[in-house]
Structures are given as structure tokens and as C-alpha cells.
Design a protein around this ligand. Structure first.
Ligand code: MN
Length: 261
């Protein structure tokens, strides 16, 4: 089972959730919303080889935490995955748009100069702007649009831009989203929950709820759950390999640079 976008550090019963995730052998991308959360959230993954922590600065917090960008830069070399990052164009955040852009551009620039990173990206009401930024910072890495909620045209553009998608049970509850998922390349899809923010039947989603997404994908694709699991683990493996390649090339270029000095 794979939950490629969960906020482990934000569960009130965090240790129990981590314990259960470990017990069930779930692969988790544990995204953070601020650089200052990196240390504590990474510590949650100690001893769990299937939990990976991502360094992020959430667009909804950009205006409050822009001052943490130097900390982001400082921690960058420790992070194989970046997220949650992105843009949010909903009215309550649109007034901080300039700061959101400043933060997102800074992070994409950092990823680009490091030879790329796998990035978990928020794009609510901002898909076009997110795709514009990714185009501008080409080489920033491998973008995974989490909980895609754009238009059909934006989906086409995201697919053409080689984006990946992480889809969850809450998202798959909508008919429109299911139609979108049918158009997404199957070799670029992972499951997620976005817990504890996303709700399933009035409860905060837990990482093991990604199984509900697997069940829905099996129905949509008209294949067995076993085949969906196999496909998703193949996807996870190729994504992990891409992440490692990017980090390795970054390390190599550092070595080359320091050897030249
Ligand atoms: Mn999230």
C-alpha cells in the first residue's frame, strides 16, 4: 500500500499512526508544511524504512513562513523529496499571491540548480500558474500533482508536461475526478490520502485508507486490485529510482565542484 502524500506530523495521535503504518508496511511520503517541521517530522521516520520525509513550505502558509526560506535552503541537501509546495488560488489565499510565487519560485530554482528533485505539488485553483512555473523552471525535477482539481485542458497540459499524479479516496469520490483519472497515464499514478486534512466519511483520512483508492482504481480500470497494487508498486519503484538519480547527480556535481576548488 502506498500513501504518497500524507501529513504524518499533523495527526493528533501521531505515534500511533506511525506505528500502524510501520506494522502494515505502508510506503508513505510524509510531506511537511514548513521547513521548521522538517527535523521533528524526519525523526518520525527513524526505524521505518518505508517512510520518506519531504521538505516543504505549503502555499497556504507562504505569507506566514517566507522567513523560513533560508532554513529551507540549509536543509535542502538532506532532502530527497520536496513537498508540500505549490500555489493556491482560492480567494482566501489569492491575496498573498505575490508571496506564494516568491516562495514557489525560490524552491523551484533551488531544485533546478540541484539537478532536480521529486516534488509533491499543491495546485488548487492554480493549475495553469503551477504549470507555467514548472515550464519556467524546467529541470526542477519530477512534479507530482497531488489531488489534481484543474480543468480538462489543464489536465492535458499536465500530462504533456510529464507530470505524475497522486490520487486519493476523497478525490475519487467525485465523478469528474474519476473521468480525469481515466485520462492520466497509468504509469504516472500513485495513491495518496492527504490525511489528516482529507476527510473520509466525516473522519480524517489515515494512510491505510489509500486502500480505498486502490479499490476504486481497480473498478475504474477494470482490473483486479492485485494488478493495481502491482502497477502502483512498479510506479513507486521507478519514481524512487528517479529520485535517487537526481540526488546522486547533485552529490556528484558537488564533489566535482569541490575537487576543482
Ligand atoms: Mn496536503
Amino acid at each position: 500500500m502506498i500513501d504518497f502524500h500524507a501529513h504524518l506530523d499533523l495527526y493528533p495521535d501521531v505515534l500511533e499512526v506511525v506505528q500502524e503504518v510501520t506494522k502494515r508496511g505502508i510506503y508513505v511520503l510524509s510531506v511537511t508544511t514548513t521547513p521548521s517541521a522538517w527535523k521533528g517530522t524526519s525523526a518520525l521516520a527513524h526505524g521505518s524504512s518505508r517512510i520518506r520525509t519531504a521538505l516543504g513550505l505549503h502555499p497556504q502558509l507562504a505569507h506566514l513562513r517566507v522567513s523560513e526560506l533560508p532554513l529551507f535552503d540549509q536543509l535542502f541537501s538532506e532532502a530527497m523529496y520536496i513537498g508540500e509546495i505549490g500555489l493556491d488560488g482560492a480567494p482566501e489565499y489569492k491575496r498573498h499571491w505575490e508571496l506564494q510565487l516568491q516562495v514557489f519560485d525560490h524552491i523551484l530554482g533551488r531544485c533546478q540548480s540541484a539537478g532536480g528533485r521529486v516534488m509533491s505539488i499543491h495546485s488548487r485553483r492554480a493549475t495553469t500558474a503551477v504549470l507555467d512555473r514548472l515550464e519556467k523552471f524546467s529541470g526542477a525535477g519530477l512534479p507530482i500533482l497531488h489531488w489534481f482539481s484543474g480543468s480538462s485542458r489543464e489536465l492535458d497540459r499536465a500530462i504533456a508536461a510529464d507530470c505524475w499524479f497522486s490520487v486519493g479516496p476523497a478525490m475519487l469520490a467525485s465523478q469528474r475526478s474519476r473521468e480525469f483519472v481515466m485520462k492520466m497515464p497509468r504509469d504516472r499514478i500513485l495513491t495518496e490520502t492527504d490525511g489528516p486534512f482529507a476527510q473520509i466519511e466525516g473522519q480524517s483520512a489515515k494512510p491505510w485508507d489509500c486502500e480505498k483508492a486502490t479499490v476504486k482504481l481497480a473498478t475504474l480500470w477494470a482490473i483486479s486490485e492485485l494488478k493495481v497494487d502491482k502497477l502502483l508498486s512498479d510506479n513507486l519503484r521507478s519514481l524512487g529510482a528517479a529520485a535517487e538519480r537526481m540526488v546522486a547527480s547533485d552529490l556528484l556535481s558537488h564533489q566535482v565542484k569541490s575537487n576543482m576548488q
